[in-house]
Write a protein that binds this ligand. Structure first.
Ligand SMILES: Nc1ncnc2c1ncn2[C@@H]1O[C@H](COP(=O)(O)OP(=O)(O)OP(=O)(O)O)[C@@H](O)[C@H]1O
Ligand SMILES: [Mg+2]
Length: 413
């Protein structure tokens, strides 16, 4: 197991297009790092550069402190798990797992092979399937066979490229938690490519968000969610996604399409000199004002608005409030949606309300907004003007210490 360091990595394909553009990431030994971003942002390219399937145009890659730019894939000793886990149909599960041990340099003795495969199979709960053929296994079991193959090699790291994207939603969830527990148990450094939010948020010690080959932010899931560096990260992380509304700052008052809101002085100060901003606020930062307790109420601001309709989901409900937007704001939202590779961003506020709320569409209602949780973005650069870097760093440090504790526990047991 090893650390992996990417320093100013660049990949230009033959047409000169920088698919990966100056990416630097230090991955600690035993860490689980996720690469996430819209289609075509360079996730697979970056992974393939690490594993040695793609040349590095410039920059430096080291594994366990050794420069590996020019090392052949075999010398890097990394195990790659693909989306199409190519199992050999004519070989048993045992032989499929043992496969890398029968090859080249890694060649092991018969008894060594037996013990390693048995150990991996028991870890993956495949012991009773060892004599079966891949065709007779479920999708999840096949996935585990592919993982077994990576495990027996005792690779320095696991590299995953969307390994679950072929599975149905239920199995995906199940495999996701299996991969997480397995990674924790083995303590193997892992880099995992996905464009699935849930996978990114649940698996990653840290998540690297990429946009057109450029690293936008590298942080724990909570830091990304609570303290996004820019508009792109804010819009990409979270579902339903953050709302963006045009606003102007006057003193500590924020003029929004839903009226004036009093905001904390430090937020207003952060946006000083930027009279026009884009306000970013997550749906769950709103509530039916009637249901907000007095001691909490003071942390926010209330406003009257009319919802078009609500959707009641049992545990919560969504409310929808369209707002007037200038052509400029519309085009800003359209551009952001394009960047995010997402559906159209409508000039509409989505709010999450308590399931008990009696708020319905078509009437004027009083909503409460937790103004501590709003972000103000510079509409021209996308920068989050109100980001609290110290609070963010604290979240990521806490995640790192949780991981260290978990790894230590796993290595003891
Ligand atoms: N062999 C190649 N030759 C030229 N350009 C390539 C090649 N492979 C990838 N690219 C380009 O590099 C960019 C990054 O591609 P990559 O496959 O890394 O994206 P990705 O983030 O994995 O996307 P997806 O989520 O769709 O898998 C894309 O613009 C793609 O067109
Ligand atoms: Mg890809």
């Amino acid at each position: 197991m090893a650390s992996i360091t990417l320093k100013n990595l660049v990949k230009k394909y033959d047409d000169g297009f920088p698919a990966v553009n100056d990416v630097s990431i230090e991955i600690a030994d035993g860490e689980f790092v996720i690469l996430v971003g819209p289609s075509g942002c360079g996730k697979s390219t970056l992974l393939r550069m690490i594993v040695g399937l793609e040349d590095i145009t410039s920059g430096e890659l080291s594994i366990g402190g050794r420069r590996m730019n020019d090392a052949a894939p075999r010398e890097r000793n990394l195990a790659m798990v693909f989306q199409n886990y190519a199992l050999y149909p004519h070989l048993s599960v045992f032989e499929n797992i043992a496969f890398p041990l029968r090859l080249g340099k890694a060649k092991a003795t018969k008894s060594e092979i037996r013990s390693r495969v048995t150990e991996a199979a028991s870890m993956l709960e495949l012991t009773e399937h060892l004599d079966r053929k891949p065709a007779n296994l479920s999708g999840g079991q096949r996935q585990r066979v592919a993982m077994g193959r990576a495990i027996v090699r005792r690779a320095e790291a696991f590299l995953f490229d969307e390994p679950l994207s072929n599975l149905d939603a239920k199995l995906r969830g199940q495999m996701r938690s299996e991969i997480l527990q397995l990674q924790r148990r083995l303590g193997t450094t892992s880099v995992y490519v996905t464009h699935d939010q849930t996978e990114a948020m649940t698996l990653g010690d840290r998540v690297a968000v990429l946009k057109r080959g450029v690293l936008q932010q590298l942080a724990s899931p909570r830091e990304l969610y609570e303290q996004p560096l820019n508009l792109f990260v804010a819009g990409f992380i979270g579902s339903p996604s953050m709302n963006f509304l045009p606003a102007t700052v006057q003193g500590t008052t924020l003029r929004t399409p839903f009226g004036d809101l009093e905001i904390p002085a430090e937020k207003a100060a952060a946006a000083s000199g930027k009279p026009v901003v884009l306000m970013g606020v997550r749906p769950e930062s709103f509530e039916d004002a009637e249901l907000v307790q007095d001691q909490v109420r003071g942390h926010g601001s209330t406003f009257t608005a009319r919802l078009t309709h609500t959707e009641w989901l049992g545990n919560e409900q969504y409310g929808y409030l369209p707002f007037e937007a200038t052509a400029e704001v519309r085009s800003l939202l359209a551009g952001l949606a394009r960047d995010l590779d997402a559906e159209e961003l409508k000039p509409q506020l989505v709010v999450t309300l308590d399931a008990a709320s009696r708020i319905r569409g078509g009437r004027d209602v009083l909503l409460w907004l937790d103004t501590r949780r709003i972000h103000l973005f510079d509409p021209s650069t996308g920068e989050n003007l109100t980001r609290d870097a110290a609070a963010g760093a604290e979240l990521t440090a806490a995640a790192a210490s949780d991981r260290a504790e978990e790894l230590a526990r796993a290595r003891q047991g």
